[in-house]
Write a protein that binds this ligand. Structure first.
Ligand code: PMP
Length: 325
């Protein structure tokens, strides 16, 4: 089976053998859904992208910020009225159990999906949220961390980030990724690696599957949550790491396109993207991947945190294989 990962992440064929499907551990080939599935027809599913990293000193595999991802999954599910999901603790346990069953011992990626399944008896055909059963699956695959410190090229997209008044932006809803796919495709067609989207107010919002930061005069600036962005867990990680280790101001405020182009540095943050320096935005070159950049300092701190090399942030890691599940 070929694994199609979040936009901008290398495509690899490394799906693990076992998958959770509605409470059963089944082989990946068996974990399929019917064409009548509501989520397949209308995009009514919510999901998470989670990474687990190997601590190279001990060989231990740790899931990064598992609890935060599952909390966001459950909040996303609530907005789509996806009920009857297992508890947060049960979902966490099932993810750890899945990784053990798949004998995962390298960096990997975990994809839980909660989805609208079948119309309940006597429910009429059509687009809706209530009166539909729930499906829940988790699959995982090997996914090495991105090694390159070299920056990526981005364009500012003509496609605006879907506003919260159309689809809740704080939820990871599969249907809203049509917006990301359109923007990514146009960017790749123009020879770029990713697209930066403006919101309906013309301010910088985020990239297709990652949040954005700029650096200007050693100040770290990122769009606020009300800029119609996903409340990214990596974004939050960067804010905490910058506050703890780098003596720099962090501003959460609107960014106009001209300020983006005039930035000293820019980087994208996301579970899949990790910390990706942006070396060019349209025709404007930036200093994001220079050796002394704040971007590379943050990238290095981030990689230490996810690999368990930062005692202060050990609570972000959940060990695979050490819990009674
Ligand atoms: N924005 C969008 C639209 C995303 O899909 C993602 C990836 N989940 C992000 C931002 C980054 O979020 P996180 O850091 O929690 O992975």
């Amino acid at each position: 089976m070929t694994a199609q990962l979040e936009q901008g992440t290398e495509t690899v064929s490394a799906h693990h053998q076992w998958v959770w499907m509605d409470g059963n551990m089944v082989s990946a080939e068996e974990a399929s859904v019917s064409v009548t599935t509501q989520a397949f027809n209308y995009g009514t599913a919510v999901f998470e992208g989670i990474r687990a990293y190997r601590d190279n000193r001990t060989g231990q595999l740790n899931v990064f910020r598992l609890r935060d991802h599952i909390e966001r999954l459950l909040n996303s599910a609530r907005l789509l009225m996806i009920n009857d999901l297992p508890s947060r603790q049960a979902i966490e346990n099932s993810i750890l159990e899945l990784l053990v069953k798949n004998e995962a011992n390298q960096d990997c990626y975990i994809r839980p999906i909660a989805f609208k399944k079948n119309l309940l008896p006597k429910m009429g055909f059509g687009v809706k949220l209530s009166g539909i059963s729930t499906g829940f699956s988790v699959n995982s695959l090997n996914m090495p961390s991105r090694q390159s410190a070299q920056g990526i090229s981005c364009s500012v997209s003509a496609w605006r980030r879907v506003p919260d008044t159309a689809i809740p932006v704080r939820a990871k809803i599969t249907g809203s990724y049509v917006n990301s796919a359109l923007a990514m495709e146009t960017a790749m067609n123009g020879g770029h690696d990713d697209a930066i989207m403006l919101n309906i107010h013309g301010c910088v919002s985020e990239a297709t599957t990652s949040n954005i930061f700029i650096v200007k005069n050693e100040r770290l600036i990122t769009p606020p949550l009300h800029a119609h962005i996903l409340d990214g867990i990596t974004r939050n990680t960067v804010i905490q790491l910058a506050g703890a280790y780098l003596n720099c101001d962090i501003e959460e405020r609107d960014i106009l396109p001209s300020e983006l182009y005039a930035a000293d540095e820019c980087f994208l943050t996301g579970t899949g993207r990790e910390i990706s320096p942006v070396r060019k935005i349209d025709q404007y070159e930036l200093n994001s991947d220079q050796e002394s950049s704040l971007t590379l300092k943050l990238k290095s701190l981030y990689m230490k945190a996810v690999r368990g090399e930062m005692n202060d942030f050990g609570h972000w890691l959940t060990a695979v294989g050490s819990r009674d599940i």
